[in-house]
Design a protein. Structure first.
Length: 290
């Protein structure tokens, strides 16, 4: 297929490269010349504008920083400029209301569109093992699924427009809560004299089992290899976790949902980010318990 890819940052660059590896013809655009050069090296054809990139394509995939940019790109450069038969796939993590607004605008012009935020981080984006949570009508999902499968290990239809974003922000709120709980328990065990590796061996096989402990151990030299073993570099950056928690708190307020643990997690991560940890993986919050 001929696919436009808009947004070639830490996540989008690897995703676009995997579409090329799957045999697709990728027309790439980003504001960064460095990102465009990397995309060209990966086999993409690059363009100087999003509007130019979407000409004559069968699908458009985007991975952009926030809802305002998503809305601007789609309403200004994609809708009405990409062929009306093209499937529109936004993989950004944005607020539910904007996702629905952009989908409505696309549907009004006859396009199929889905919101398909991801879970997995940079390593999964590069490795093609992302999980996609997809919101949109079933015929739009069916059109998007083969494209998303080239970039991920799991593509799950969450429901109508905005459902993908809902799943993403709720999932990442839960991730923040479990990472903080894991950090607290590991440091408490250590301060009580229990060897951290022994705590990992016990808790990872008992009722304390959770993804943050078992698959993303936040203490260096303990459990599985993770960003903790690389000075908390790479992985899922703290500013991205804070962004998702802010979206979760906005959604909780508009839906009148009770999220006391989510709110506390959001506050702790805001403080952690404000203390100058913007370059660290979100699991580095364990440092606050030292």
């Amino acid at each position: 297929m001929k696919i436009a890819f808009i947004g070639l940052g830490n996540m989008g660059g690897g995703m676009a490269a995997n579409l090329v590896k799957a045999g697709h013809s990728v027309r790439a655009f980003d504001l960064s010349e460095e990102a465009l050069a990397a995309a060209e090296e990966a086999g993409c054809q690059t363009f100087t504008s999003a509007r130019e990139a979407v000409e004559g394509v069968e699908a458009v995939v985007s991975m952009l920083p926030n809802g305002a940019i998503v809305k601007s790109v789609y309403t200004t450069d994609v809708i009405g400029h990409a062929p009306h038969a093209a499937t529109l796939i936004d993989c950004s993590t944005i607020d539910v209301a904007t996702a629905r607004e952009v989908a409505d605008a696309a549907h009004g012009e006859g396009y199929k569109m889905v919101d398909a935020p991801v879970s997995g981080g940079i390593a999964a984006a590069n490795g093609g093992t992302l999980t996609f949570m997809v919101g949109g009508e079933i015929h739009a999902f069916d059109a998007a699924e083969p494209i998303l499968s080239a970039m991920g290990k799991a593509v799950i239809h969450a429901g109508d427009a905005g459902a993908g974003q809902t799943a993403k922000i709720c999932n990442n709120m839960l991730l923040a809560i479990t990472m903080i709980g894991t950090a607290e328990a590991m440091k408490m065990a250590e301060k009580l004299g229990l060897d951290p590796q022994k705590f990992y061996e016990i808790s990872s096989q008992s009722s304390g089992y959770n993804w943050s402990l078992n698959a993303y151990t936040p203490l260096p030299g303990v459990g599985v290899e993770s960003p903790a073993d690389n000075g908390y570099a790479g992985g899922f950056a703290t500013p991205l976790m804070v962004k998702d928690l802010r979206l979760a708190m906005e959604a909780a307020e508009t839906s009148d949902a009770a999220v006391p643990l989510g709110a506390r997690a959001a506050a702790l991560y805001e403080d952690f980010l404000g203390a100058g940890n913007e370059d660290l993986d979100f699991s580095a919050i364990i440092k606050t318990y030292e």
